[in-house]
Design a binder for this molecule. Structure first.
Ligand SMILES: [Fe+2]
Ligand SMILES: [Fe+2]
Length: 348
């Protein structure tokens, strides 16, 4: 069973804890210098300029004094999630206080995955500084690295001071991060992180906002979505040119990789650690999630930014399309996001 870390107010992990939970990975990273410093006035440079203007500070730009107490939350505060589970007997049979407790746990689980995903993004973005081939992309990756550090800081502070519990990374997200971090091909890192994980994050953050009552969290997510919109746009523009130069076989290989990553996240991104904690049958609970429209919508909603990006860069090939169709997420291929941050990144 997964171990949950209980956190006291303002208690950060000690040095001893860190030694015990540090995990080493080796990566055959192929880096490059680029001696051509002439920054073309292209989309990547404009995104870099925009990134510099949009820097923000976790301590200053978020109002942490806004009080929200997890202990005074009620089931009504989690109404969408709560009602979507009422048709599931093991949930419906719980007392109200146990239902409320599990709702807190669902929120904690999601926030913990966001935090761990952000750490993965931080590590990948720092690799991109070395291995992205062009000068503009290296500079851009540096701003992204700082953005990701801020995202780690923000989610961590939120969890430590408000949620006060943390779940470890769920195994399938970890496998995907491992793959991206240890693959030596820079374009797979771009596909895996910029298009898929960050695209999923955009969808997941927005869906999560709808289910969580704390206004500070909404504010925090708005700020992060602003940054993530630029990161996805960077990935799309950079890969669009690159993919055009690949052979058909290389394109298919990358399209398959993108599909496999989406498959894992579509089928396995469930709070299984909580299901286990409550003795719920994992397959049965996942089947329930798939059978209720609002729950299935949540799972599919996450892909609304990923699929149009894959299409745009040329990775939604004819042979891969039926597989996405089967996952129920091809419907997003022409989705046009009206989000303000997304629009801003698009028009940079
Ligand atoms: Fe991020
Ligand atoms: Fe990001």
């Amino acid at each position: 069973m997964a171990e949950i870390y209980d956190l006291q107010p303002d208690m950060y992990l000690s040095k001893k804890d860190v030694e015990e939970i540090t995990e080493i990975f080796h990566t055959p990273l192929t880096g490059s210098y680029n001696w051509d410093y002439s920054a073309a006035d292209d989309k990547i440079n404009r995104l870099y300029q925009l990134a510099k203007k949009r820097q923000w500070d976790v301590e200053i730009d978020l109002d942490w004094s806004k009080k929200w107490d997890i202990n005074s939350a009620t089931l009504d505060d989690y109404s969408i999630n709560h009602h979507s589970y009422m048709g599931y007997e093991p949930y419906a049979n719980l007392s109200d206080s146990d239902k409320l407790e599990i709702q807190h746990k669902f929120a904690t689980w999601s926030l913990s995955q966001f935090l761990h995903g952000e750490q993965g993004a931080l590590l990948v973005a720092s690799q991109l500084c070395s291995c992205a081939p062009t000068y503009n992309a290296k500079l851009y990756a540096a701003t992204q690295t700082y953005d990701e550090a801020r995202h780690v800081e923000a989610f961590n502070k939120y969890i430590q001071t408000r949620q006060k519990q943390m779940y470890p990374i769920t195994p399938d997200l970890k496998i995907l991060l491992d793959k991206i971090l240890t693959d030596e091909r820079w374009d797979l890192k771009f596909i895996g992180m910029q298009l898929i994980i960050e695209g999923l994050a955009l969808g997941a953050f927005k869906a999560f906002q709808m289910t969580h009552p704390d206004k500070l969290l909404h504010q925090l997510i708005e700020k992060i979505v602003q940054d993530e919109s630029r990161h996805v746009t960077f990935g799309v523009h950079y890969l669009e040119q690159h993919v055009k130069g690949l052979s058909e076989e290389e394109i298919e290989e990358r399209a398959e990789f993108a599909y496999e990553a989406c498959l894992v996240m579509r089928q396995r991104f469930h709070a299984v650690e909580i299901f286990e904690e409550y003795g719920w049958d994992i397959d049965e609970t996942i089947n329930y999630d798939e059978s209720v429209k609002v729950r299935r919508d949540f799972q599919e909603f996450m892909f609304q930014r990923v699929i149009p990006s894959l299409k745009r860069v040329g990775l939604l090939t004819e042979s891969i399309r039926p597989k996405f169709e089967k996952l129920g997420i091809l419907k997003w291929e022409d989705f046009d996001d009206e989000d303000v941050s997304w629009r801003e990144a698009q028009s940079a």
